[in-house]
Design a protein around this ligand. Structure first.
Ligand SMILES: Nc1ncnc2c1ncn2[C@@H]1O[C@H](COP(=O)(O)OP(=O)(O)OP(=O)(O)O)[C@@H](O)[C@H]1O
Ligand SMILES: [Mg+2]
Length: 267
């Protein structure tokens, strides 16, 4: 199992003919293997930037990131990404989408077939292997995206608002699926969300991020993800402990928003 280590990460985007954007400032944290970390924060605080750096799509302008002691220098199948809209291959079937990674790696065909069938069952799409992506609902597409990521057997799963485009009911069901997968696979998951409730429910650790420059403002250890595997989601989300944390975090975010608005008015 590989721990993640993020040390003094800086990200400054150069903008042609404009002021450079300081998207991340001094981001430093260690994350043990098998944790589920949620990232919450207002638009522009650097959540996607941080995920892209962890995925190896983007090199930080300062500091370093390593997994299991090896510095991350580019994309690798040990780190898988799930995007907000599945980013699936529209012209391929569900099965072909999920088996894409293993096929690229020339994995054994029979083993891949078996793996795909297992994954289809895991994400509740057992009879959908032959379907085309456009025949599926948004929730089903996100489940395919999750299965496609799992097919590469990554150590770390990075998810950028994976449930953001779903209706409330489907979203709640998918939250349950994320928790089950987390528990069953023991993988490290980092999930970005705009929903305070979702960040609290899924994260066994939660960062509240702040903008200009993007940074980690608060770091919480939370009990709800563990409990969520035993207790009904509605019951858990209505519990006094959950509501108290939710209000605490909402007030931090409101303060941040007001400060940002005030600064904009002043300038
Ligand atoms: N390629 C780029 N070039 C210049 N600036 C960028 C680039 N990508 C992101 N930024 C800027 O960096 C900051 C952080 O962007 P990022 O996309 O990481 O935020 P985010 O927290 O994911 O926001 P959202 O919640 O809206 O998705 C923003 O101010 C954004 O405008
Ligand atoms: Mg983003």
């Amino acid at each position: 199992m590989k721990d993640l280590s993020v040390a003094n990460v800086e990200m400054v985007y150069d903008v042609p003919n404009g002021t450079p954007v300081h998207a991340l400032s001094n981001v430093t944290f260690d994350l043990e293997a098998g944790r589920l970390l949620t990232l919450l924060g207002p638009s522009g605080c650097g959540k996607t930037t941080l995920l892209n750096i962890l995925a190896g799509f983007l090199a930080p302008t300062g500091g370093s990131v390593s997994l299991g002691g090896s510095v991350i220098t580019g994309p690798d199948k040990e780190r898988g990404m799930v995007f907000q809209q599945g980013a699936l291959f529209e012209w391929l079937t569900v099965e072909e989408n999920i088996s894409f990674g293993p096929r690229m790696n020339r994995a054994n065909k029979a083993e891949t077939k078996e793996k795909v069938n297992d994954l289809l069952r895991t994400v509740g799409l057992a009879n959908f292997g032959d379907k085309r992506v456009y025949e599926l609902s948004g929730g089903m597409q996100q489940r395919v995206a999750l299965a496609r990521c799992l097919a590469n057997d990554p150590d770390v799963i990075l998810m950028d608002e994976p449930l953001g485009a779903l209706d409330a009911l489907t979203r709640e069901k998918m939250q349950g699926l994320v928790l089950e997968l987390w528990k069953e696979t023991g993988k490290t998951i980092i999930l970005v969300t705009h929903s305070v409730e979702e960040a609290l429910y899924l994260g066994d650790r939660l960062f509240v991020m702040a903008p200009r420059p993007g940074r980690v403002e608060k770091d919480y250890e939370l009990p709800f993800a563990e409990q969520g595997l035993q207790v009904e989601p509605r019951e858990l989300k209505a519990s006094p402990e959950f509501i108290a944390k939710r209000e605490e975090i909402l007030s931090i975010i409101w303060e941040m928003e007001e400060e940002t608005m005030g600064r904009q008015e002043a300038s």
